[in-house]
Design a protein around this ligand. Structure first.
Ligand code: FAD
Length: 407
């Protein structure tokens, strides 16, 4: 492994998240895990932070950060797992990795999670043991970059019933036709994990499509007002041939896709928590420095009430995702658990970033103070991986035994 950063000094008594982690959830991390996260922290502070405002405004991803971030070996760090294929990194570490990335920037967290969460989950859940053995090491070291292509132009929330991209078997290969929308990171991917409906049995199947295949067209989605650094694509598939060997053999219906979404929603709950931490920390810094009426803005009672609410939201969210992660470590995975976490942390995130923007005043709408970036980016996090309403309906279905989905 190569890293571009010097080893940081995270001493035993030193806290990484002292400001936003009020109840010391990070004490659940081992010293080794904290050291890896400290390494990520120093990279982000030194190399990434200075670029964020400029690249956000330009609507471009700072591609110079990609390889150094990959080189940090964050998915299965050798110093935590004992090397490739030994044992997975713990869920609580994975959660704090997402937290650290998103408290710096939501696009960076989304970019990393599109490989470490979405694509990796597609392979972990969808690939056969033989396929996993061949692909997983390359997923972990990013030598096989992939994206998760589920959403379509005419089907977002109702993708389970509405998915209309088709797959037609022809001998040893398949022919795909249709379109995909919003696919994060597709422009730089080697393969697109595409979900399509088998014309013969009507079930949803999954295929790894080479991005360079004939019949694949990618268009960047322009004019976004959130997650501007992250590149999303509109993908058109016209008569695209995929060998049977590149079909994910364990995906045989939408139920298998739902199992993937369950894992991915937990990751997004961690992103929504990290975004709150970043916005809160930036706002706190600002109100202690900015003076009005001869005093720091942070000394006013009305401002302190907002700071307390922000901290309450971050603390609630962090407690929720930590407990969810502990449950998952015990093997308890239910749709309603990750849906509840995604719904609730996103709801709190919206309030936290709005309060952060508010206490920074006019400067809260400029990119200079960080809070504007978090405030804008939160809107994308609020909607992706299941909107508020859809996650609420998943929880409601579990509570009542009645599905409010109409198909
Ligand atoms: P719609 O489904 O059209 O919903 C519009 C509104 O109607 C929402 O408020 C919704 O909650 C509400 N609504 C819909 N149905 C109901 C109902 N039954 N009851 C009450 N309200 C309802 N997808 C991928 O496959 N891969 C990706 O990498 C990816 N990345 C993304 C990145 C970004 C930045 C964004 C914005 C989206 C991304 N998505 C991706 C797609 C994302 O998952 C969808 O945007 C999301 O599922 C919502 O679908 P939609 O945008 O089509 O909204």
């Amino acid at each position: 492994m190569t890293t571009t950063t010097a080893e940081p000094t995270v001493g035993a008594a030193e806290r990484l998240y002292e400001v936003a982690d009020y109840y010391d959830a990070e004490s659940l991390l081992t010293e080794d895990e904290r050291r890896v996260l400290g390494r990520l922290r120093s990279f982000l502070d030194r190399e990434a932070r200075p670029l964020l405002a400029d690249y956000w405004e330009r609507g471009e991803f700072p591609t110079q950060l990609a390889q150094p971030l990959i080189d940090l070996d964050l998915m299965e760090p050798a110093d935590l797992t004992g090397g490739p294929g030994s044992r997975p990194a713990r869920g609580i570490y994975q959660g704090f990795r997402i937290f650290e990335l998103s408290r710096t920037d939501a696009s960076l967290a989304t970019w990393y999670t599109s490989q470490a969460g979405l694509f990796r989950t597609a392979i972990r859940v969808g690939a056969s043991p033989e396929q996993q053995a061949a692909w997983m090491p390359k997923v972990i070291d990013f030598s096989l970059k992939g994206v998760f292509s589920l959403t379509e132009p005419d089907s977002g929330s109702d993708i389970a019933g509405g998915l209309s991209t088709t797959a037609r078997r022809e001998g040893d290969s398949w022919v795909l036709d249709g379109a995909k929308r919003w696919i994060g990171g597709a422009v730089n991917a080697d393969v697109l994990a595409v979900f399509a409906r088998d014309q013969e049995d009507g079930q949803v199947k999954a295929f790894l499509v080479d991005r360079e295949s004939e019949g694949v067209t990618l268009e960047k989605i322009h004019g976004k007002t959130a997650l501007r650094m992250m590149q999303n694509a509109h993908i058109t598939l016209e008569g695209v041939r995929v060998p049977e060997a590149m079909r994910l053999h364990n995906v045989n219906s939408f139920k298998d896709v739902a199992a993937m979404l369950r894992a991915m929603r937990s990751d997004v709950a961690w992103i929504a928590t990290g975004v709150q931490a970043g916005a809160f920390e930036a706002a706190l810094r600002y109100v202690t420095e900015r003076r009005q009426f001869g005093r720091p803005v942070g000394s006013f009672q009305l401002v302190q009430e907002k700071l307390a609410r922000m901290l309450g939201n971050v603390t609630s969210s962090l407690s929720l995702v930590v407990r969810l992660t502990e449950q998952q470590a015990k093997g308890i995975y239910r749709d309603q658990d990750s849906a509840l976490a995604k719904m609730q942390t996103s709801l709190l995130m919206r309030e936290t970033v709005a309060l952060a923007r508010e206490v920074v005043g006019g400067n809260g709408i400029t990119l200079e103070t960080d809070v504007a970036r978090f405030h804008a980016d939160a809107e994308a996090v609020y909607s992706y991986e299941g909107t508020h309403e859809i996650n609420a309906l998943i929880v409601g279905r579990a509570l009542t035994g009645e599905s409010a989905f109409t198909r």
